[in-house]
Ligand binder design. Structure first.
Ligand SMILES: N[C@@H](CCC[C@H](N)C(=O)O)C(=O)O
Length: 287
């Protein structure tokens, strides 16, 4: 396996970064248009900076880089807190769009490149709406056996892989998301890529409550944008909700998911993305 190149703290001392949050999913964003961070440093830098209590702390690191095509105004690299690179992130994508506008890189309506494909964004102050890549790999027939118990599950890729399980609001409240989530996330049915795991309770004809165990963070996060989208389209396929769907996240904020019932190929996610602070890296944060 290729080893990540060691991050050299001296070369990154003083580099500015921005902390942002979208529905409780928090990220460190860095404008890397000048390529001060070489490609090989991404995984290790994410592990160092995302470590809570010991460094900045975040669910992920986002590097904003020059676009490869004329359609986009930037390209990104998204790293989970454990250093794994993910194809897409809905809440991170909304932060990146707002950040790129603030940095003067893009106009309020723009597109950016991710490993999943081109994402279109519309930034109106704190509110950011993005169009995800068309959902694929839908499975409505999964039966998972975990610790001798059978679970009916559903799967869709909304940029990253998502498994969805339905529960009652009471069951959802009491659920040990970390322990069941980890067992499903590493279940052989989803190897080798693994999956994010969404536990979903319908709470109205257009409303869901969702708790997500996130791949690459390996805990329940306060929200997951692509997970909210996956939960909404699967709940709609099952006839449990109709769009637009409001998703109540475990952090207490809401996300709105837009799509057509007849053709779910165009999927939109809207919610707030906020700046928390801007600072510069110290050498010690990277040692
Ligand atoms: N929090 C994100 C998803 C980030 C990627 C995920 N952890 C993965 O590795 O699949 C979102 O808001 O969509």
């Amino acid at each position: 396996m290729k080893k990540d190149m060691d991050v050299d703290p001296a070369r990154l001392e003083g580099l500015s970064f921005t902390k942002m949050v979208a529905s409780g999913n928090d990220f460190i964003l860095i404008n890397n248009f000048e390529r001060r961070i070489p490609a090989e440093w991404g995984p290790e830098l994410a592990r160092k900076l995302c470590r809570r209590a010991f460094s900045v702390g975040a669910d992920g690191l986002i590097l904003i880089e020059p676009p490869k095509s004329q359609e986009a105004c930037f390209s990104w690299r998204f790293f989970n807190a454990d250093g794994s690179e993910a194809e897409m992130c809905g809440n991170g994508g909304r932060c990146a769009a707002r950040f790129a506008v603030a940095e003067g890189l893009c106009s309020s309506e723009h597109a950016f490149e991710t490993l999943a494909g081109l994402i279109r964004a519309e930034v109106k102050g704190k509110r950011v709406k993005i169009e995800l890549t068309p959902p694929h790999s839908l499975r409505l027939d999964l039966s998972l056996e975990i610790d001798g118990q059978k679970y009916e599950a559903f799967f869709v890729n909304t940029g990253v892989p998502h498994t969805v399980l339905f529960l009652s609001p009471e069951e959802l409240e009491k659920l040990e998301v970390k322990s069941l989530g980890a067992k499903i996330r590493f279940h052989s049915a989803f190897a080798p890529a693994g999956t994010n795991v969404n536990f979903v309770a319908p709470i109205g004809p257009k409303e869901l409550k969702v708790r997500t165990y996130e791949r690459g963070v390996e805990v329940e996060t306060f929200a997951c944008g692509t997970g909210a989208c996956a939960s909404a389209i699967i709940a709609a396929k099952k006839g449990l909700v109709t769009p637009p769907v409001t998703v109540k996240t475990s952090g207490g904020e809401t996300l709105t998911v837009f799509f057509e019932l007849k053709d779910m190929s165009r999927l939109f996610l809207e919610g707030e993305a906020r700046f928390v602070y801007r600072a510069s890296l110290s050498r010690e944060a990277l040692e």
